[in-house]
Design a protein around this ligand. Structure first.
Ligand code: ARG
Length: 257
């Protein structure tokens, strides 16, 4: 996973360069006429969006592709760092972004949220004899990804000594593994999948500190596009595609049921 994330990070400047020169958010008629979405993800949030070698994949990448297929469209993916995504959508540079954005009032000032494609929570992870609860974080250092709801939640925990922010989540996990920080806050499903892959790291999942609903984000008031997305998502949920993907990645149902 570390190697893959390094590859993703290495590719980011190129992707940004390309991203800066083309595409803008279009209305539904323009997208339909083009036959494809131009969509953004990150590629470093296992197992939601990540690289398998050079191939972008993951739960929400596959959900998005299934939704697009229902709508008779393909997806042309663009990779953008997570902390630049809301701005890139606000600036109309892409049709949508899907990279595990939890709904927040702050984000909703600049972008619209579609119906959620999963429900989850922010959770603490730490060494098994370490700071595994919010209360235990007093006087401790915490790693979080930049511009995330985990960073916001860490700020609200009383007594935290220092919040260290990382450009991508795998770097936050690495900081924890190498004991540069005492704890890490991230997505509970991501933590579960990451710890399964790193069983020898001596890290365990602790208290869940908040819950959130995760959606794709789009330019504000692009109404028909949001409606079409929601229609496609509802169909993917109804015909069993979503359930199959949820089992494949998580062995459980991660929908907001
Ligand atoms: N769910 C969190 C949030 O809404 C983090 C999402 C991070 N996504 C990513 N692709 N790194 O802020």
């Amino acid at each position: 996973m570390r190697l893959k994330s390094k590859l993703a990070t290495a590719l980011l400047p190129l992707a940004l360069l390309l991203a800066g020169t083309s595409a803008e958010a279009r209305d539904w008629a323009a997208i339909k006429a083009d036959g494809k979405f131009i969509a953004v993800t990150e590629g470093a949030f296992f197992p939601f969006n990540y690289f398998e070698g050079a191939k972008l994949t993951g739960f929400e990448v596959e959900v998005a592709e299934a939704v697009a297929k229902k709508l008779g469209l393909a997806i042309e993916w663009r990779v953008v760092p997570f902390d630049a995504q809301v701005a890139s959508i606000r600036q109309d540079r892409f049709d949508f972004a899907i990279a595990s954005h939890g709904y927040t009032e702050e984000r909703a000032k600049s972008v619209d949220f579609t119906n959620p494609h999963y429900c989850t929570g922010g959770q603490i992870a730490a060494p098994k004899d370490g700071a595994l609860t919010a209360a235990a974080l007093a006087g401790k250092t915490v790693a979080v990804q930049l511009a995330t709801s985990y960073a916001d939640s860490a700020k609200k925990i009383a007594g935290v000594k220092e919040i260290k922010t990382y450009k991508a989540d795998p770097e936050a996990f690495s900081a924890l593994k190498s004991k540069k920080v005492d704890a890490w806050i991230s997505d509970k499903w991501l933590i579960k999948a990451t710890l399964e892959k790193n069983a020898d790291a001596g890290i365990v999942a602790g208290e869940q500190v908040f819950v959130e609903r995760v959606s794709a984000i789009m330019r504000k008031n692009n109404k028909e596009l949001a409606e079409q997305w929601n229609r496609g998502l509802a169909e993917v949920m109804k015909d069993g595609t979503y359930a199959t993907l949820s089992q494949k990645y998580f062995k459980t149902d991660v929908s907001c049921h």
